[in-house]
Design a protein around this ligand. Structure first.
Ligand code: ZN
Length: 619
């Protein structure tokens, strides 16, 4: 079925199989800089601290059409998984193929038969680490990013900017070429140096994939003009649809197959899949996002494409490929809808002005994860998209609560061990209150928190570009605090029980306990540390003589409100220097305090990393 279609689209049938490596301009790959590789003992230590979770929602009640759609969508997920790995490291695809070859080699099969052979162990360890870290760079137990295969060290711009480029060089170029800023710092573009090789490769792609070329009609002229005077000091950007034209065209076809399969059972979901298929090639997500957020789907749902910018440590603007395939829990979704109070009242109580009008209803549901891919893979507990301020203003945002992650008993047991290692006995009660549901409610209101608060700086700029690499940390902190703030308001109005408030408050403290000193490129951990230090400063938290934390509930509401006000002020100000100064001021890490608590929590938890496997992928 697929080969003739590919040919009709101007793709040689083999192009789909080669996917990434050969099609990428060689000039994008730096000569491998020798990077120290993870020591065998460190590999072992990481894997010993890795738990495996297996997600296996019951798909038996799906119709044959839904099941066929699931299979096509899993194919799309596989493509986006490989694109994600490639976007994060220029040598990821090569290493992935080498690991596959090793696994398939007769030597590996023989060695695997002789259990305990050191060689076989090393091979499977590398493959497992690659799966866990989605590429050749591991996060060590002390939070460094180190290659475990023979590849170049990780760079802040990963593989979506020229190898090893600095933010200063990009800014210098943009100062001289201000018209290029929207494309160079575009959410879904890949930045290259204007070398003859890179330009030739992109022009070749546009010639060979006419479907994509036709959707970007002015790009050939622009690239051809640059190619007349190649200059590595000049930067240019191509849409992801062009940078990854061949794999995304394959994904496009699989999405159309999935839509056809499910159309009779779920016409709206099929329509969304068709819109998203075209979005991947047009590089414009508006039609798919509109269909996704406003659609009333049946049992299946899916996040498809590039959304989150956490992997871009250079400017925090580039979205990385992802996919989540989800099955809705009908009963839990109906229950949730009833529990939501008035969002406008919460918005109106936030410490800033002027107010905005909040949509009276937001699409929110409880789901079981069937499988995750790329940036969405892991144990994240909820999804809230799109981030694009224009699209979310026009269509709203969809909130997908991931129940089989959030209610996983192994993850809760680990959380309880960490909690007990940090918190004094007299203050421990909250975590298990409300049936241990504090995490679910806090996460739910964190996601709604992204929906509330300012969308622009006071002088009318979008928050993400205005705050640059600080945008994610500030936005996530705002949502954490809105969650705690909102639960207080709900409790004040009798819409949340005291037990629920206690559970969410405990979850809010657990959330800000860091095991390790955060790196500057970890927005979540950084903003957690800011909150922790603020809570200490305001006396919400104090330490006992033996170094445990006591929680002073009477200070909770005021402490949260004061930091929320500061956080929203950073957004309204839109000044990255002010954000940096604030984060520097509030991210102190003291050996006798933070490190001591962190060490106790590290020692208490039996696992540090979670490798998620999916029954739907035959795992
Ligand atoms: Zn968030």
């Amino acid at each position: 079925m697929r080969a003739p279609l590919l040919a009709a689209l101007g793709l040689a049938p083999l192009a789909a199989a080669t996917l990434l490596g050969a099609a990428e301009p060689a000039a994008q790959v730096a000569p491998p800089t020798p990077a120290p590789t993870l020591a065998p003992a460190e590999r072992t230590a990481i894997l010993q601290k890795t738990a495996t979770l297996r997600l296996a929602p019951d798909l038996a009640h799906l119709t044959p059409g839904e099941r066929a759609a699931v299979n096509h969508l899993l194919q799309v997920g596989g493509i986006l998984q490989r694109l994600y790995e490639e976007a994060r490291h220029p040598e990821a695809e090569r290493e992935r193929l080498l690991l596959l070859d090793e696994a398939r080699s007769p030597a590996a099969a023989g060695a695997a038969g002789a259990a305990g052979t050191p060689g076989a162990q090393a091979e499977s360890d590398a493959a497992r680490l690659f799966r866990l870290f989605q590429g050749p760079i591991a996060t060590t137990l002390d939070n460094r990013r180190v290659p475990f295969l023979a590849v170049a060290a990780e760079t802040p711009g990963k593989n979506v900017y020229p190898a090893g480029i600095t933010a200063a060089e990009v800014e210098t170029f943009l100062a001289a070429h201000p018209a290029e800023r929207p494309s160079i710092l575009g959410e879904r573009t890949v930045v290259r140096r204007a070398t003859a090789e890179a330009l030739a490769a992109d022009l070749d792609t546009l010639q060979r994939v006419p479907l994509v070329a036709g959707l970007h009609p002015f790009l050939v002229g622009k690239l051809a003009a640059l190619a007349e005077h190649p200059n590595p000091q000049v930067l240019y950007a191509v849409p992801q649809a062009v940078a990854w034209a061949r794999p995304l065209t394959t994904a496009y076809l699989s999405l159309l197959h999935a839509a056809d399969a499910v159309a009779a059972d779920d016409a709206e979901f099929a329509g969304y899949l068709r819109n998203r298929a075209r979005d991947l090639l047009s590089n414009d997500y508006e039609s798919g996002d509109a269909a996704w957020v406003t659609g009333r789907f049946g049992r299946l749902n899916a996040q498809i494409g590039s959304y989150e910018t956490y992997d871009d440590a250079l400017f925090g603007v580039k979205a990385f490929p992802s996919m989540s395939l989800l099955l809705r829990d009908e009963a839990a979704t109906a229950e949730l809808a009833k529990s939501l109070g008035s969002l406008q009242e919460i918005e109106d109580a936030l410490p800033y002005s002027p107010r905005k009008r909040v949509r009276p209803e937001i699409p929110i549901g409880v789901y079981e994860v069937i499988a995750d891919f790329g940036q969405a893979r892991g144990t994240n507990t909820a999804t809230n998209l799109p981030n694009d301020p224009l699209f979310s203003r026009r269509y709203g945002r969809i909130i997908l609560m991931r129940a089989n992650i959030m209610k996983n008993p192994d993850l809760f047991a680990n959380a309880q061990r960490r909690w007990n290692a940090a918190i004094a006995p007299a203050s421990r009660g909250g975590l298990a209150a409300d049936g241990g549901g504090g995490g679910f409610q806090r996460t739910l209101w964190h996601e709604i928190g992204h929906y509330l608060g300012p969308e622009w700086t006071r002088d009318g700029r979008e928050l993400d570009p205005a705050l640059a690499s600080w945008a994610d940390a500030v936005e996530e902190m705002k949502s954490d605090l809105v969650s705690l703030f909102a639960m207080q308001k709900l409790a004040d109005r009798g819409l949340a029980t005291p037990e629920r408030l206690a559970a969410v408050r405990a979850s809010g403290i657990l959330r800000v306990l860091n095991d390790n000193r955060p790196r500057r490129d970890q927005p979540y951990q950084l903003m957690q540390l800011v909150q922790f230090n603020w809570f200490l400063d305001k006396g919400l938290l104090t330490t006992t003589a033996d170094g445990f934390l006591e929680i002073h509930e009477e200070r909770y509401a005021a402490t949260v409100a004061s930091l929320l006000e500061e956080t929203i002020a950073l957004q309204l100000g839109g000044d990255p220097a002010a954000a940096e100064a604030f984060f520097t001021r509030w991210t102190e890490w003291k050996p006798g305090l933070h490190e001591a608590i962190g060490k106790r929590m590290r020692d208490a938890q039996t696992t540090r990393f979670n490798l998620v496997r999916y029954a739907a992928l035959g795992e």
